[in-house]
Ligand binder design. Structure first.
Ligand code: NAD
Length: 281
């Protein structure tokens, strides 16, 4: 998809990857950008920035874990711009910990990282199918293809997000619906601040190192920590190529192949990596 003259909605648009995606879509001539976030002030600020550049944008406050909010967001976008060509379902959170994480936190991360994409697909697919075209981008993570050391809820929910994106691509790909799944490793964003604690890196690729970005201590992958604007460029490129997997860190494809080729070997490598990290901390 060439994003020029397209109407796009981006959730989690107030910060990080979502914010840069909104700006990249606008600068490439999107007909309208809907900046959606639970952070009302943040989404208004991003929409104002876009309008100050002479492009069209509206801000919508929505908690994507609530289906009525997602339905309201879709209605508001259609009211403002007539249709939705591209929906980037990007909002996400991280919760640190393993099976001891309380049920309420598991439910919350499931609702934000998985169920929100179900609500989005339910709300936008009918219109897209009727028009015979439309595009969904689901932001998962390299953790959804590999794992997330230190966070079972993140690993599990991001795997589920990848599974849903694949299922949508298979089910609707022949009816004009494009689907891409964005799976970065470490990116310098506010993810930790906005969702308790940040744990990018350690996704199953090369060994992480500790790095401080702002006030957040990151376990950043040796493959490099990308900035959100770099990730946004990867998304625009992935959309142009209509590629399912968008991998801003290309190494992730190799790690995923190694994991599939010999799961026991990969698990052993991940245990060694985890032990090395535990020694360092
Ligand atoms: N930062 C990384 O290293 C990294 C790596 C891989 C994947 N991701 C994924 O990228 C996506 C964007 O995260 P980011 O890194 O830009 O973090 P971020 O915290 O900077 O941005 C996330 C935005 O989502 C919003 N949000 C959170 N819960 C919401 C909800 N229920 N409804 C609406 N908005 C909500 C937040 O307010 C915030 O503005 C997430 O899905 C995250 O899991 C991030």
């Amino acid at each position: 998809m060439d994003v020029a003259n397209r109407v796009a909605v981006v959730t989690g648009g107030a910060s990080g990857i979502g914010r840069e995606l909104c700006l990249a879509l606008a600068s490439r001539g999107a007909a309208g950008v809907v900046v959606a976030d639970v952070d009302a002030q943040g989404s208004v600020a991003v929409a104002e920035t876009i309008r100050s550049l002479g492009q069209k944008a509206v801000a919508v406050t929505a908690d994507v874990s609530r289906e009525p909010d997602v339905q309201g967001l879709v209605s508001r976008a259609e009211e403002a711009f007539g249709r939705i060509d591209l929906f980037c379902s990007n909002a996400g959170i991280i919760v640190a910990g393993g099976v001891e994480v309380p049920d309420a936190a598991w439910s919350r991360i499931w609702a934000v990282n998985v169920q929100s994409h179900v609500y989005v697909a339910r709300a936008v697919l009918p219109g897209m199918l009727a028009r015979g075209e439309g595009y969904l981008v689901i932001t998962a993570s390299a953790a959804g293809l590999l794992t997330q050391l230190g966070s079972a809820p993140y690993a599990v929910t991001k795997h589920a997000a990848v599974a849903l994106a694949e299922w949508l691509a298979i089910s609707y790909g022949d009816q004009g619906i494009g689907v891409s799944c964005l799976c970065p490793q470490a990116v310098t964003t506010n993810l930790g601040a906005t969702s308790q604690r940040e744990l990018p890196g350690g996704t199953g690729g090369s060994p992480p190192r500790t790095e401080t970005v702002g006030s957040v201590s990151l376990q950043a992958a040796l493959d490099g920590v990308l900035t959100p604007d770099q990730v946004a460029v990867s998304v625009i490129d992935g959309l142009a190529a209509e590629r399912f997997l968008i991998l801003p860190h290309p190494e992730v494809a190799t790690y995923e192949r190694r994991r599939a080729e010999d799961r026991d070997r990969w698990l052993g490598g991940m245990r060694r990596l985890q032990a090395r990290l535990a020694e360092k901390s």
